[in-house]
Design a protein around this ligand. Structure first.
Ligand SMILES: NC(=O)c1ccc[n+]([C@@H]2O[C@H](COP(=O)([O-])OP(=O)(O)OC[C@H]3O[C@@H](n4cnc5c(N)ncnc54)[C@H](O)[C@@H]3O)[C@@H](O)[C@H]2O)c1
Length: 258
């Protein structure tokens, strides 16, 4: 039995945005440790997901709270109460306030916040609701939630107003969530990744990619691999004292203004 599957009896995990990139690697890491994993992602992303032992996908839109509730209920019915939840659903949505295409409107801003922030909240709420009903482990622990922020929360570049605002808020809600859920034995952490080789980054326009990949002055001078994110998620879940904090995972990268 792996340390992860020994952490909670009948443990299982839900990974939102788990059909691609960092979420995909996290779902694989959790499934390889022996946990049944449910991936929540948009229908088209779920349809592209290759079959993997221990991983089941449920089409879900995290901006729709009812869709999130249904997906968590389906997870519970399938494998029992969720004890580990990792929030990776997100969109990058770069945009200048003023540009030839009309610029970043309030509606476009709201859409990014809706996915990255409100979606994270809806999933964390549904996950915590299952965790608080679970049997505690020997230390009283019932579950762990890991949200995904970004280094844009701290070093937002020009064009990242909406993205940085949404990720800053994900970072800011870590401590109050951890404080509120402590009485149930639920820990809440966030990871703020630097730049990782995922479709979100690989599909950027060439010019933006050059900026991002030209910025890697420290060590190692390369993009992060999604499996390295999954590795930190697993370590975070296993470490009993990690709670209410945001961990930068960026090889020392600090983004310049533009
Ligand atoms: N890749 C990076 O360098 C990087 C850096 C910092 C933060 N992040 C964050 O990490 C998370 C994962 O990013 P990634 O790089 O793996 O991107 P990705 O595009 O590969 O994966 C994101 C996933 O989220 C899903 N998603 C988007 N909107 C959704 C919705 N409304 N409902 C359900 N699922 C939805 C997508 O379908 C996709 O599968 C995101 O929150 C992103 O902002 C990524």
């Amino acid at each position: 039995m792996s340390a992860l599957s020994a952490l909670f009896s009948n443990g299982s995990a839900v990974v939102s945005g788990g059909a691609s990139g960092l979420g995909r690697a996290t779902a694989s890491a959790l499934a390889s440790a022996g946990l049944p994993v449910t991936v929540l992602d948009l229908p088209e992303a779920c349809a592209r997901l290759e079959a993997e032992a221990g991983v089941t996908a449920i089409p879900t839109d995290v901006t729709d709270a009812a869709s999130v509730e249904r997906a968590f209920a389906a997870h519970e019915q399938r494998v029992g109460l969720c004890r580990i939840h990792v929030n990776c659903a997100g969109v990058i949505g770069a945009g200048l306030l003023f540009s030839r295409d009309g610029g970043l409107t309030a509606d476009a801003f709201r859409r990014i916040v809706d996915v990255n922030l409100v979606g994270t909240f809806a999933c964390a709420r549904a996950a915590a609701d299952q965790m608080r009903r679970a049997e505690p482990n020997a230390e009283g622990g019932r579950g762990v939630i890991v949200n995904t922020s970004s280094i844009a929360a701290y070093d937002g570049m020009v064009g990242q107003v909406a993205y940085a605002a949404s990720k800053g808020a994900v970072a800011s809600m870590t401590l109050p969530l951890a404080r509120e859920l402590a009485r149930f034995g639920i820990r809440v952490m966030a990871i703020a990744p630097g730049v990782f080789s995922t479709p979100m980054v690989n599909d950027l326009p060439e010019r933006s990619k050059e900026v991002v990949t030209g910025l890697l002055p420290l060590f190692p001078p390369r993009l992060g691999e999604p499996a390295e994110f999954g590795q930190l998620v697993v370590s975070t879940i296993l470490h009993p004292l990690l709670n209410g904090e945001v961990i930068r995972l960026d090889g020392g990268l600090r983004m310049p203004p533009q």
